[in-house]
Design a protein around this ligand. Sequence first.
Ligand SMILES: [Zn+2]
Ligand SMILES: [Zn+2]
Length: 311
Amino acid sequence: MEPAGADDYSRGQPSALDDDTSSANNQSNESYPSQKNEHEAQSPSAAAAAAAASASAAAGADGEDRTAESASYLQRLLTEGHERPDGYFCTICFLPIEIPVGRHSVTNVCCMKTVCNGCDLAASQLGMYNRCPFCRTPLPHEGASFLAMVQKRVDKGDADAVHFLGDQYYQGYHGLVEDVPRAIELWTEAAELGSVEAHFNLGTTYYDGDGVEEDKPRGTHHLQQAAMRGHAESRHNLGVFAFGRGNYEIAVQHCMISAKMGHEMSLICIKAMFMKGHATKAQYAEALRGYQDAVEGMRSPQREEAKGLGI
Ligand SMILES: [Zn+2]
Ligand SMILES: [Zn+2]
């Protein structure tokens, strides 16, 4: 595939990957049952290498170079991003935050630091109302003062703040007029500055054609970028897409990674694939164990208390 342009997206990897993995996995699905035991014993990277090799094997004589490139991209996709990124840990208790992070934490615009619901509750119990539990800045309310504080961080090139401002435009919050093109512009800038969450938003927005013209390869590319940086929801979506194409082997590998980060729907997906014979019992057991370990690692008495209060 010839690059269509100079930007990262246009290098042709996502669509090539999409096509090639489809054919590769249609092929590997047929032989999957007899490979079960061998597959169970493989490490994730060995499994990724096998999947990449199988993508290579599916290449026609005229597409070998492109397929080799796609296979190596697939291998990277499956071997990178098994750990959650820094921003998904509470800045006070340092524990990983439950998924979805936005529901289980607060991010204050003073410092853009993420604090889990448990630590936020504990700060309130200590009388720290209307102040950021991390930097103790008095928090602005709705509207102009809130946006001015965000803008301050944006002006400093804070990727999370640029992403956050994009969200406000997307939703039309704080007196802003809903503006999807502006949101996309800000998310794109944030993604370039390193925001994983911005890649996720761009991914789902382009993939679903939500306020923009639908562009599934572009959406998939952004989800892949986020997944390779440890974004669990993006990884889960890639698993669901692979499942939808009948690429069960790849679907299991994606969902295994996100289940081990504590993504419940990924565990449910692997269970469903196991029930239909698309995943082995050992894979389901591994996902269940990994998920339970991740959930255990995200528990704290303060978080339990917050949940008990419906926070
Ligand atoms: Zn915390
Ligand atoms: Zn703060």
